[in-house]
Design a protein around this ligand. Structure first.
Ligand code: HEM
Length: 420
């Protein structure tokens, strides 16, 4: 069977982005785009970027410390999205969107994206809607649907960032301490000129920000909630981290962190519980029919599966609705064959040629944040008026999404940190 499976155009039309790697339909076009993009997200590339990423994590920690001093609640749901946007925008544009500095913890920014996801099932049915929204005069959009206006403003902001970057003085870019993905793509020999136009690069940038922020922000939110709502897990993790890193102010590299067995198990189990994409990731084999047991699936038929069915399969993960990090470890608490076996069933990042290109960056963020938050704040960090209901995935907008944390539908994840 060929592995040249296209994405299913109807399904992926929801976010109207076929020029971005994520939304590329044709397997052949995708191979070219992925070939150029992939190296910037390799393990080596992420190791190089890691200190810059950690500096952004430390800014979040400093702001959390300030809230602790003032005895303020911290809306971690939003705070984590600020963090992941600042990280991905630093890497993509060498310019952070600065959400971590915003007094409102980026609520307006999140709301714009959230509006887009809420519109996405309708856009899938009427794909021309996206073009119509983008070409409407601003005042008309405002009258028709204020949620759409937020999306238009957001997209123009990303276009603007791309333009500023591409018009930058090459010497300034060269002096940057890490690669700048969109700049490098614009100079890449792996792409033909038609792939390096302003429009294509702006759409790629938009796709990278979209793919890199909510997924990681959502997993960080759920992971922190799972740890804080399971005191014995919190305690066990803290003991491991205190032993591994006696100085709470120094975060080891993520390649050191991912070898700490209990931390590893908490990250993997959180990814399993978070599921990743809830939607069926549909693919089309245009070239030949496919055989599944006694069924022949004709060429051109869309097929897809949701990761949820595997993440919740009790034969693979007994008591699938429970958070049990230990299931990833050997009985002596080490990392071994059990983890290798279960890894095969962890579909949060997808599998195969269309699997997540940002997986190494995502893992670096998950390990670094969990380590830093738990090691730095120890038992001082506690949930604040947050319940399972606030974390429940109740919408399938590609990723599973919780209720809007707007204080009306839901409250999101909130914590308080006791003063030392
Ligand atoms: C915990 C965090 C993350 C999760 C759970 C996740 C999940 C996924 C999944 C399931 C896919 C496959 C989608 C499909 O088949 O349609 C995917 C693709 C993708 N992800 Fe992620 N992702 C995460 C973080 C990131 C980050 C940090 C980036 C940063 C750039 C990123 C960029 C992408 C891109 C560009 C694609 C499309 C890849 C391609 O088609 O070549 N993701 N991700």
């Amino acid at each position: 069977m060929t592995n040249r499976l296209d994405k299913y155009e109807w399904f992926y039309s929801m976010l109207g982005n076929p020029m971005a790697s994520f939304g590329t339909i044709s397997a052949d076009v995708h191979r070219v785009r992925r070939g150029a993009l992939g190296p910037f997200f390799s393990t080596q590339a992420v190791v190089k970027f890691y200190p810059h990423m950690q500096a952004i994590v430390d800014r979040l920690i400093a702001r959390m410390e300030l809230c602790a001093e003032r005895d303020e609640e911290i809306p971690l749901f939003y705070a984590y999205r600020c963090l992941t946007v600042d990280i991905i925008s630093e890497y993509v544009f060498a310019h952070q969107m600065g959400l971590l500095d915003r007094a409102d913890w980026g609520r307006y920014f999140y709301s714009a994206w959230r509006s887009l996801w809420e519109l996405s099932p309708t856009i899938r049915q009427f794909p021309f809607m996206m073009d119509a929204i983008m070409s409407m005069p601003r005042w008309m959009t405002k009258l028709t649907d204020p949620r759409a206006l937020e999306v238009v403003d957001l997209f123009s902001d990303i276009d603007h960032q791309t333009k500023v970057l591409l018009e930058s003085d090459p010497e300034i870019i060269k002096a940057q301490p890490h690669s700048t993905v969109i700049w490098e793509l614009s100079k890449s020999d792996a792409l033909p000129p038609s792939e390096k136009t302003f429009r294509r690069l702006a759409v790629e940038a938009n796709g990278l920000v979209a793919a890199g922020f909510e997924t990681t922000g959502g997993t960080l939110t759920l992971m922190t909630y799972l740890v804080l709502s399971h005191p014995q897990v919190h305690q066990k993790l803290l003991e491991e981290l205190e032993k591994a890193a006696p100085d709470p102010n120094k975060t080891p590299g993520f390649q050191v962190l991912e070898k700490l067995p209990y931390l590893f198990a908490v990250v993997k189990e959180s990814l399993r519980v978070s599921v990743g994409a809830y939607s069926r990731l549909s693919r089309v084999n245009r070239h030949e029919s496919m055989q599944y047991k006694q069924w022949t699936i004709p060429a051109g038929t869309a097929v897809g599966m949701s990761a949820l069915f595997i993440a919740h399969d009790p034969e693979i993960f007994p008591k699938p609705l429970s958070f049990i990090p230990e299931r990833w470890l050997e009985t002596d608490g080490s990392i071994g064959p059990t983890a290798n076996r279960l890894e095969h069933y962890l579909l949060a990042f997808g599998k195969g040629s269309r699997a997540c290109v940002g997986i190494n960056l995502a893992y670096a963020e998950l390990y670094s944040v969990l380590f830093t938050v738990v090691r730095r704040f120890g038992r001082r960090i506690e949930l604040y008026e947050t319940t399972d209901r606030d974390l429940e995935a109740v919408h399938d907008y590609f990723a599973g999404m919780t209720r809007r944390p707007d204080g009306v539908e839901g409250n999101g994840l909130r914590v308080k940190i006791r003063k030392e």
